[in-house]
Design a protein around this ligand. Structure first.
Ligand code: GLY
Length: 288
């Protein structure tokens, strides 16, 4: 079986390259997807994920992340966790628990500490300056405080047919303390079943979770659609539904991969993604 991987936004290019190294040497998709997301979490200039992520209205970086295993449907997730270096790794560890698989805030931090995960102040000077500037703009110009919600979401198939998905984000810039978006929510931010395929979402969590978009894309693949048809239909149909019911729809994008390694994307905005796959014994990477 050929391996394949797809992730949201240009920011995951280096992570997908690192994951591809694991996959081309016969590695496991859980390790590859975790590596892809950790690479993004560690990069200080990405403003919506991990270290360097933009803070909430109290100038605290609160992060959400999830990991799902498509063989067992095991899922682990953290919401609103602060001061830990790699939330996706904590989520993966939680996915191995039988109970208490989705922890938030201080409970998630306590779990991470007890299980030896690395602590780190995730607020960079650069992120703090952007926050200070936005606070001034909000008071001077009466601007809407909310901005930016780009999640890294990755779906992966390894050479043994094992599929996984993972997400990580610092969520909406200037969010309320305790706000959790779609990214750690099973079926909304991500979903994967090795017998079918997987999907991961990015965009406005408040809208994505109204449509359980990732599950919807996987359901459409199960009913016979290829990943491109499924991603497009899931996003476009739900975006239209929201416009009809509520007059507007937030930004929503999906990456999809099936268990044959075929991939697709759907979006209602401009969106970039990165895909890597084995082709004729050689690795191929596309970025759009
Ligand atoms: N999609 C990420 C968020 O809304 O938090």
């Amino acid at each position: 079986m050929k391996w394949a991987i797809i992730g949201t936004w240009r920011m995951c290019l280096e992570g997908i390259i690192a994951a591809a190294e694991i996959l081309k040497h016969g590695g496991d998709s859980g390790d590859a997807v975790e590596e892809a997301v950790r690479t993004v979490e560690d990069y200080p200039l990405y403003k919506s994920v991990g270290y360097g992520g933009l803070p909430n209205e109290n100038c605290e970086v609160e992060m959400d992340a999830a990991f799902m295993d498509g063989d067992t449907l095991s899922i682990g997730a953290v919401g609103g966790i602060r001061d830990f270096k790699n939330p996706v790794s904590i989520a993966r560890r939680l996915s191995r628990e039988r109970f208490n698989i989705f922890l938030v805030g201080s409970g998630a931090e306590e779990y991470a500490h007890k299980n030896g995960f690395e602590r780190k102040n995730m607020l960079t000077e650069r992120a703090k300056k952007i926050w200070e500037k936005r606070v001034r703009e909000i008071s001077d110009k009466n601007l809407s405080p909310y901005d930016g919600h780009d999640t890294v979401g990755v779906v992966c198939l390894d050479g043994q047919g094992h599929m996984t998905a993972a997400t990580s984000t610092s969520g909406l810039f200037m969010k309320k303390r305790g706000r959790v978006g779609d990214s750690p929510i099973c079926g909304s931010g991500l979903y994967v079943d090795s017998k079918i395929g997987g999907a991961a979402a990015t965009g406005l969590g408040e809208d994505i979770m109204k449509g359980c978009l990732s599950y919807e894309a996987v359901r459409l693949m199960e009913n016979g659609m290829n990943p491109q048809e499924a991603a497009k239909k899931a996003v476009c149909n739900f975006s239209e539904k929201l416009k009809q019911k509520r007059g507007k729809a937030g930004a929503m994008s999906l990456v999809c991969l099936n268990n044959k390694g075929e991939w697709g994307v759907g979006t209602n905005v401009e969106f970039s993604f990165v895909n890597g796959q084995e082709k004729s014994g050689r690795r191929k990477q596309n970025g759009i």
